[in-house]
Design a protein around this ligand. Structure first.
Ligand code: HEM
Ligand SMILES: [Ca+2]
Length: 650
């Protein structure tokens, strides 16, 4: 790769130390003076010290790449607006909002701080207006790109992985990011009918026009997709130029989506007894508590729509994420019960905090040991040191990057399946759920948690490809709570990159170390030629291509699910989430560090342990993300009783 990567970790050798080997026995016998004796002792001590350092060094399996940010604005918020915080350096537990993780820069990674930037944003007015093409024209209509370049033609199925990859990816996304839109009364943009008015308010100014011959929305006489711009820091009394988006969730992988990123939410979700989270019991099973506003009226009929509550507000967006949030509520309470049984004298607070620490650690382990190798492949895992032990470095900004949350990590949207299945104990499908009917409406999860887990583990995922499934691009939402309206996730993903001023594809391609391109045809090293031809029809220059459009078109590389320009941003982000987090599960020497016995027990836990602890599933494969046919390969699915959770080290 190119020279923008630095810090190749070099194994320590004797040549690194001029001190080793500088002494000789013959000199000692000739001179016999005290000073020399002392220097020999000193040398021996130094050699012993160096040996100590060598053997205590964390195992570095390979060199570690790092993406160098060239942005100039990463410190702006911290210098101008970050609150003054006093930290307790001896605290064993993370704060609720993630502050005080980095003791020199206590706001780094905290909720309500900006996304990190690899490159400065690009706005046509330098503040907030969408980037223009090199010839001064507006960027191509995002919906038109979806309907032409990214038309869903392929139906390939992933034979290695099942559908569980999708809700897990979304679960960790909602741990690390939430960028609210400028909506008046809803977290979901589709609710804002007023954007179709003749003089729409400012939050509607980036809506996506729909052409009358749009195959889906044209027939419904829709003229726009109601895309909303994101809330910027000025809403929090911090005016920054260019416009800067603050993350509402803590940037760390700390399961803030389960516990909340602010104290008010965290307290609302607690039972304050036995360290437990508040829950609802329905039919002998625990579910997340419900928001009373989930009951909606349609005409004169009252329709019950379940609205679960958790640490992240997007819990109800689709069935997959609602499932995982409920599973994690149960997992917290399972661990808390076990700890309280083993330690009857522990207070509610101790049980809660110890459980929270365990749940976050297991989430990190599943993500790095099981999920990321599937997404990024071994080569990226090794190159970016994602398999290595954590080497906490307080100079690393641990925050989610704007290029990641509004770009690269959304690539997983292309494996969202069109339908979810519920399966009975004998693994026959008894219900098929479509996204259009279940958006913001997770009602059918009640009573079907086991059925849904069986359906997810038993169904092959969608192969990564340069398109989204048809249903997710053409959702006519059938939920009275949000009115009937349309939505196209891929168009939103393209438009979101423009909203936050992501630099064009070729710039980030360069940052990722790929050769410079001077023409569309130079893209042929990573983008198929028929797609390059289509790009020529939409963009005036190769340097105008949207980042998201470019990375979605790149061929997969090096065992990753994605091409080089997406994979490099994902890999570097996970490098920073790990090595910039003082509370990461295997960081040593901190007040909150786990003992090595505890780490061993944590490392033994997998997603299958969590599923067995929280459901009535009978059997499951050891790697829950892999597709194992239940009927033919039952032997590869051990009984749930074998997935024991051992907390004796606590
Ligand atoms: C059925 C599954 C999913 C649906 C329906 C869905 C839908 C959405 C929607 C509507 C948005 C906001 C779009 C915008 O206005 O910019 C979004 C954002 C996002 N999604 Fe998904 N998503 C799903 C699964 C996933 C998965 C599997 C990932 C994997 C990593 C993911 C990653 C993201 C990211 C990173 C964002 C931006 C988060 C933020 O900054 O707030 N999503 N998704
Ligand atoms: Ca978090």
């Amino acid at each position: 790769m190119g020279n923008i990567f630095n810090r190749k970790v070099k194994p320590f050798t004797n040549e690194d130390s001029p001190l080793i080997g500088s002494n000789s026995k013959s000199k000692w016998y000739k001179q016999r003076n005290v000073a020399l004796f002392a220097s020999v002792i000193l040398c021996i001590l130094i050699v012993l010290y160096l040996l100590f350092l060598i053997f205590n060094k964390p195992a570095v399996k390979t060199s570690t790449l790092k993406l160098n940010s060239v942005a100039t604005i990463n410190n702006d918020y911290f210098e101008k607006c970050a609150p003054r915080i006093t930290c307790d350096p001896n605290s064993k537990y993370r704060t609720v909002n993630g502050s005080c993780n980095n003791l020199q820069n206590p706001s780094w990674g905290a909720a309500l701080t900006p996304f990190y930037r690899y490159m400065d944003p690009v706005f046509s007015d330098g503040i907030s207006a969408f980037r223009l093409q090199s010839d001064g024209s507006p960027l191509p209509n995002a919906r038109n790109l979806t309907l032409t370049i990214f038309k869903d033609t392929s139906r390939t199925c992933d034979h290695k992985n099942n559908e569980i990859l999708v809700p897990w990816a979304q679960f960790i996304t909602h741990d690390m990011a939430y960028s609210p839109v400028r909506s008046v009364n809803s977290s979901f943009p589709a609710a804002l009918e007023h954007c179709q008015d003749k003089n729409p308010p400012v939050e509607c100014k980036a809506t996506i026009p729909i052409s009358p011959d749009d195959p889906v929305y044209g027939k419904l006489n829709m003229t726009i997709l109601k895309f909303m711009r994101l809330v910027t820091s000025s809403a929090d009394n911090c005016s920054l130029v260019p416009d800067t988006v603050l993350n509402k969730n803590t940037h760390f992988i700390d399961t803030s989506n389960v516990y909340g990123s602010d104290t008010e939410t965290a307290n609302k979700l607690r039972l304050f007894s036995g360290g437990q989270l508040a829950y609802n019991t329905i039919g002998n099973q625990e579910y997340c508590p419900q928001d009373p506003s989930g009951v909606v009226k349609k005409g004169n009929k009252t329709q019950v729509t379940i609205a679960f509550m958790a640490g992240d507000v997007n819990i109800n967006q689709n069935l997959g994420i609602a499932l995982f949030q409920n599973v994690f509520l149960r997992f917290h309470n399972y661990i808390a019960n076990k700890l309280q049984e083993d330690h009857p004298l522990w207070t509610d607070e101790t049980v809660y905090q110890e459980t929270r620490r365990i749940v976050a650690a297991v989430t990190q382990i599943i993500t790095y040991d099981h999920f990321l190798p599937i997404v990024l492949g071994e080569k990226y895992m090794n190159e970016y040191g994602l398999n290595n032990e954590t080497n906490y470095d307080p100079t690393i900004i641990p925050s989610m990057a704007q290029e990641m949350t509004s770009g690269a990590f959304r690539l997983l949207h292309n494996i969202i399946p069109a339908k979810f299945k519920y399966m009975s104990k004998n693994y026959t499908t008894y219900e098929v759920e479509e996204p259009s009917k279940t958006f913001l409406r997770p009602d059918s999860l009640i009573g079907n948690v086991d059925g849904f887990i069986r359906g997810l583990t038993e169904t092959g995922g969608r192969e990564p490809q340069a398109s989204y499934n048809d249903l997710i691009s053409n959702i006519v939402i059938q939920n009275p709570a949000v009115n009937t309206t349309g939505f196209d996730l891929l168009s939103y993903d393209i438009q979101r990159g423009r909203d936050v001023g992501l630099p064009p594809y070729t710039k980030l391609r360069g940052l990722c170390g790929l050769p410079q391109v001077n023409s569309f045809d130079d893209l042929s090293d990573h983008i198929p030629s028929n797609k390059i031809d289509q790009l020529k029809d939409f963009y005036s220059s190769v340097d105008d291509i949207d980042y998201y459009v470019g990375i979605l078109l790149e061929n997969k590389i090096n065992g990753s699910m994605f091409g080089p320009t997406g994979s490099c941003v994902i890999a570097d982000s996970f490098y920073r989430f790990r090595n910039g987090d003082r509370f990461f599960y295997d960081v040593k020497g901190q007040p909150g560090s786990f003992t090595s016995d505890q780490i061993k027990s944590l490392k033994d836990m997998t997603l299958s342990h969590i599923i067995c602890a929280t459901s009535d599933i009978e059997r499951i494969q050891t790697n829950a993300f892999r597709l194992i046919d239940h009927i033919r390969l039952m032997k590869l699915k051990p009984n749930c009783e074998t997935y024991r959770i051992d907390l004796t080290a606590w």
